[in-house]
Design a protein around this ligand. Sequence first.
Ligand code: 5GP
Ligand code: ZN
Length: 169
Amino acid sequence: MNATNCIFCKIIADEVPAVKVYENEHILAFLDITPINPGHTLIIPKEHHENMFELPEALTLEMMRAVKKISHGIKDGLSEPGMNIIMNNGVAAGQTVFHAHIHLIPRKNGDGHAMWKGGKYSEGEAEKVARAIIAALEVETEKVPLKETSAGRRAEGSESPAGLYASLF
Ligand code: 5GP
Ligand code: ZN
């Protein structure tokens, strides 16, 4: 799958140059053209999917496998002590290229790149928010049974949304 006007699809097709650091059957990783720090890497699926919400589960797992591998390559190769692993999904989250990608951003001590400032929940708000998420997870679970998926066997019981949901009442 390839999207005609997608810059990352063009990088995959070698129509646009990029400094590549890793490639396999499903995944490509290359240096971000505007790095937060040197070594800032983007991991993308070779198939065009807009973001996490569109990515098939098997490809998501391939992405995560690549994150694990390449994060070590960046950390060891550049001797950096830290790393932010970020994925922007949707305009509201700051996504600007609509081909799913995960940022691996090596961090130096005191490099001055600030992260977000956390807020506070009001009384009962966290539980209300959690219930909304868990109820939606119940619907997801019906769509993709927990027991068996293409990615293999998942945990059952304590990890089921139903179990968590019950604990909130
Ligand atoms: P987003 O904000 O969508 O999470 O991040 C998109 C990232 O893609 C940005 O950090 C941007 O610098 C990077 N990017 C955009 N166009 C290109 C390109 O043509 N080549 C490379 N290597 N990176 C790009
Ligand atoms: Zn694309």
